[in-house]
Design a protein around this ligand. Structure first.
Ligand SMILES: Cc1ncc(COP(=O)(O)O)c(C=O)c1O
Length: 452
């Protein structure tokens, strides 16, 4: 047991930033040295501060520092770390049984999560779900289901997409370094289309939705053939690729094209889902109803759980035994999900995400007026970002991005970067973060820009 095991986290953790050492401090540095002797180098860290407790909007470290969390462990701890209902449900479940394998002996908790998914995901059609362990596994299974249901093989993914690190999901992911470099050969029958990226669309933002849609559908027609396409997979707001928000109309047009050609439209809401963007799912913002939706991250308050949810006819096209895995829908993870979903509903965390956006976006836009290196401010709800460029151009500036992130880290604010060009600062605070911590985090960000 580690020396800090008795320090309680959760919502009771003092909601304050407190720096008592340099970041990282001596205890974290000692643990980092141990880590370097035992953990593979390929698994890296944004900030090597070893966490001992977390809750609300803060992370407490091994040196007694308390940091403001604008990352939520990459959009996972949306209900906050060690949220009360998650902890209660997990304790209760772990005390009864921890595993049977749903494929050997089923249990109610798995069914209850699938019922919640049917209720919460877009569309009121008949739905089925299957549960898995990670986002990548959910994406793999969505593609399996789409191929099986359609009898077709081709899958269309987008520039700047991120869908995971397994072999098929690496093939779907756009960015080479660090996700794909040296890991090929990749799965076949994956085709890449341009993303509707307003800042970087050659004809400008106003032309982006219509042009991008015409380009994508033209590419599918000319290079793949609609009748060969099993699925189009897209993140309604792209995550790792740069928090790219497609212009209104693009997603709906794409979904319509898919419907017209019997192509399964898969929305990967692994990062954008579960209240993050101010709706339960980002697709809802435009009234888009996907055929299949993949979820993970925020679904279970930090426990590993993922899902594919979709039209009953599609999901049930797969023969018994064709989907599953030893741990998929583990009962403790399902209990955590039920606690997390209950928390989101009761505390209206979608509404809270919208409020977070209302606080953050105006301050980020104001920052952009002061610093010409901020080329774009975008996002929705509690999924926001700024893209950094060389002033007077849209040339990406990953160096200043890294420098601002470093300055935030030193001041006790955990921020993440992303983007194909490494030039986007993204903000994913827990949805339960208080207004004053949120404002303090934004002030740290402003100071970090001022110091460049
Ligand atoms: C949109 C999206 N899809 C898939 C994944 C992969 O999820 P996991 O890391 O749980 O495999 C991620 C993870 O960041 C993601 O953001």
């Amino acid at each position: 047991m580690n020396a800090h095991a008795a320090t309680p986290g959760g919502p009771g953790l003092p909601q304050e930033r407190r720096l008592v050492t340099q970041i990282p401090g001596p205890a974290s540095r000692e643990l980092l040295a141990r880590r370097q002797r035992s953990v593979a180098r390929g698994v890296s860290h944004v900030l090597p501060v070893f966490v001992t407790a977390a809750g609300g909007g803060v992370l407490a470290d091994a040196d007694g520092n308390s940091l403001i969390d604008f990352g939520s462990g990459i959009a996972v701890a949306s209900v906050g770390n060690s949220a009360q209902r998650v902890v209660d449900r997990v304790r209760e479940q772990a005390g009864r049984f921890t595993h049977t394998c749903f494929m050997v002996n089923p249990y109610e908790e798995y069914v209850a999560v699938c019922e919640e998914l049917a209720r919460r995901t877009p569309g009121d059609h008949d739905k089925r779900s299957a549960l898995f362990n990670s986002g990548a596994e959910a994406v793999e299974n969505a593609v399996k289901i789409a191929r099986h249901a359609t009898g077709r093989q081709a899958v269309v993914a987008f520039d700047h997409a991120y869908h995971g690190r397994t072999n098929l999901t690496m093939a779907l992911t756009a960015k080479n370094m660090p996700y794909k470099q040296g890991f090929g050969p990749f799965a076949g029958e994956i085709y890449r289309a341009p993303m509707a990226y307003p800042l970087r669309w050659p004809g400008g933002p106003a032309a982006c939705a219509a042009d991008a849609l015409a380009t994508v559908t033209g590419l599918i027609h000319a290079q793949v053939g609609e009748e060969n396409v099993a699925a189009v997979i897209i993140e309604p707001i792209q995550g790792e690729g740069g928090f790219i928000v497609p212009p209104p109309g693009f997603l709906a047009g794409l979904a319509e094209f898919c419907r017209a050609h019997g192509i399964v439209f898969i929305a990967d809401e692994i990062q954008s889902g579960f209240c993050r963007t101010g709706d339960w799912f980002a697709c809802e913002h435009e009234g888009v109803v996907p055929d299949l939706i993949t979820t993970a991250k925020g679904i279970a308050g930090g426990l590993p759980l993922a899902a594919v949810t979709g039209r009953a006819a599609l999901m049930d096209s797969v023969h018994p035994g064709g989907l599953g895995g030893t741990y998929g829908g583990n009962p403790v993870a399902c209990a955590a999900a039920l606690g997390a979903i209950e928390t989101m509903a009761e505390q209206d965390l979608a509404g809270r995400a919208r409020r977070i956006g209302e606080i953050m976006l105006p301050r980020l836009r104001k920052l952009a007026e002061t610093y010409p290196c901020i080329g774009d401010v975008r996002g929705r709800g509690a999924m926001t970002a700024i893209e950094l460029v060389r002033p007077g151009s849209i040339d990406p500036d990953p160096d200043v991005t890294a420098a601002v992130a470093r300055a935030c880290h030193q001041a006790g604010l955990v921020v993440l970067t992303c983007g194909t060009f490494g030039n986007v600062l993204r903000f994913l605070p827990p949805l339960v973060i208080g207004d004053s911590l949120l404002e303090e985090g934004l002030s740290i960000l402003e100071d970090a820009f001022a110091a460049q």
